[in-house]
Structure formats: C-alpha cells, structure tokens
Write a protein that binds this ligand. Sequence first.
Ligand SMILES: Cc1cc2nc3c(=O)[nH]c(=O)nc-3n(C[C@H](O)[C@H](O)[C@H](O)COP(=O)(O)O)c2cc1C
Length: 374
Amino acid sequence: MSEQLDPLKFAYWVPNVSGGLVVSDIEQRTDWSYEYNRKLAVLAEDNGFEYALSQVRYMASYGAAYQQESTSFSLALLLATQRLKVIAAVHPGLWHPGVLAKLVATADHLSDGRAAVNVVSGWFKGEFTALGEPWLEHDERYRRSEEFIRVLRASWTEDEAQFAGDFYRLRGYDLKPKPLTGPGRPHPEIFQGGNSTAARAMAGRVSDWYFSNGKDFDGVTEQIAEVNASAHAHGRTVRFGLNGFLIARDTEAEAKETLREIVAKANPDAVRGFRDAVQQAGSSTGDGKGMWADSSFDDLVQYNDGFRSKLIGTPEQIAHRLVAYRKLGVNLALLGFLHYHEEVEYFGKHVLPIVRALELEADRGAATVEPLGV
Ligand SMILES: Cc1cc2nc3c(=O)[nH]c(=O)nc-3n(C[C@H](O)[C@H](O)[C@H](O)COP(=O)(O)O)c2cc1C
C-alpha cells in the first residue's frame, strides 16, 4: 500500500483578456466576453474544475488589447456558478489590502464561501507608471506583498485588527461580517504567483498556495523542496499549483501539430516585447530563479511557460503525466486551452476519467505513472 494523496485538483485560467492564452495569430475560438466566460465557468464546474483563476491586467500589452477587471469579473463568475471557486488576481501597490479584504468578504458571502485571491507582485512596469504609482525594485515588491497578505489575513480573522508595517497600517480595523469559514478554511484562500527566491520564501511564511509557471519534473521538484523547506521553518504547509497549457487530441500527432502551428504563427514582436518586459522585471533578483529567467522564444508564446509542463498528447499520455506530477507533490493543475469551450469538455470527458483511474491505481501502488512518450 503506498501513500494516499488527495486527488489532483484542477483550475483553469479565465480568458478575461483578449487574445486567449497564447501570443499567436492561430485561429482561436476563445473569447474574452462575459457571455463566453459565463458559459465556460458552468462547463468547467461540470467537467471537474474546482477553481478558476482570473488575470489582472490594466492595459494592453503584447496582445491582450482588451481586459476585464479581475475582482468584478470574478464576482460575476461566482454568481453564475454553484460550486466553482474563483480566484481573483490582485496587485499589492494598487489596492489597500483592508479595502480588498472587505470586497472579498462580501463576495464570499454572496457566493457561499467560494471567493479567493491570487496575490501577484507584478511584472508590467508600464501599468504602474501609467497609473502614477511607483515601480518598486523586485524584492521590495515582495516585501510589500508579504505585508499585503498579512493585512488581508488580519482583517479577515481578527477583531479590531492592528498592523504597523512599512507599506500598510491598520488601527483597530473591525471588518464585519467576517468571510465564511469551513473545515481547513479559516478565511478565503490566498494564492500567490511568482517563482523567484523572494517569492518562494514569502510563500513559506504567509501564502496558502504557491503557483508555479510551467515546468518539467526537475523544475517542479526543485521548487517544491524549496517552498516546503521555507514553510516547515515557519511551522506551516503550503500547497503547490502548476501551470500547464493542455493540448489533448485523439492522436499525439494532432496534438503536436497544434503546438507547432501555435508557435509557427506566434506574433514575434509581441513575444519579444513580452520577453523584454518580464526579464527586466526579474533582472534585479540576480540569482536567475525568477519566472521566465530561462524561457526560450517558443516557451514565451504561452505567457506562463505552459508548454514546458508538456501536457500535450493523447488523453492517456496527458493523464499519466498529470499523475506523475501529483506524485512529485503537485496538488493542483492550473490549465490553459486554445479553444476553451470545446477543450474543457473534451478534458472532462476523455482526460479526467483516466486521471482518476490512475490515481486509484497509484494509491494502491500499482500504477506506472511515468509519462508516456510526450
Ligand atoms: C499563476 C500565475 C498567475 C499570474 N497572474 C498574473 C496576473 O494576472 N497579472 C500580473 O500582472 N502578473 C501575474 N503573474 C506574474 C507575477 O505578477 C510576477 O510578475 C511573476 O510571478 C514574476 O515573479 P518572480 O520574479 O518572483 O518570479 C502571475 C504569475 C503566476 C505564476
């Protein structure tokens, strides 16, 4: 009998910015409108998705000409669904965390306890500049994000909360009603995006979940070890979510051909512009561990290195790979798709049942969870 692990959880990236999840001129049937997203959210919760993650972007940048705001859009999706938990991405520096805590507490009551946040420290300097806000140096952004998370948690769990930090202060902030609580959920879940050394250390200290950009097995293993070490040092546990762009087709050849076409039709100026922007954002870390530090042109055609997780092939191949990631300590797969409506349904019908069967076998110690030739 081998170790019992929880079933792998699934989240999808909400396509709330235009242009889909790839910087490519390939035909995409994905749409950023509310109507498309409302239907998608219902499809997703009926096809095995527990979470949806909305993106925050304030202005056009490297594709993404139009953007729907993350907190309001997330609330709309919560109200359109029954079970889906919706994670709204937010930037410290552009919100007072006590105000955001209030907004999320209300969203939590409106949705029967399904609201969550993804604290992102930011890569897009132009956005901050356009809004007239300072663009802090990389590790200062993380110091601010950590205070931000501490203020969120204090606002949600303490009466007359007090906080005295370098970036934020609370002086008897009495948020009522508190958000809903449940087993293992003392407050709305706090996710974070960011993979640098500062991000890993912060996750160990304050985050509930750590999101990784797309990675192979070695990349995931290295991050899980480091985040867990930081968490254990603080007597905490942090759960791990991995990004992947999933292309499941009836044959491996079809899946690979789709990937080839996405990359062949990449918009080179947008990809290079994105690369320059994200690499300046991470350059002050020095140790080369931030997201995108070693991304190739092809990797960057998917904003979050999603091809590197290699969830590309037949349902069988992808399911084996997902279960192998679970064995390494991944708790949640955060997925992007080319044609969301069709592919989320295909995932639920063809990939998910194999994942669940392999999990049972793996938990009995019987499964071969090595990847199958992808
Ligand atoms: C899963 C995930 C989601 C993210 N979503 C956003 C987002 O919606 N908006 C944004 O500006 N940055 C987003 N980011 C990027 C972060 O703001 C940050 O720039 C990036 O993680 C680089 O951090 P690092 O230098 O610590 O690796 C996201 C990152 C991850 C991993």
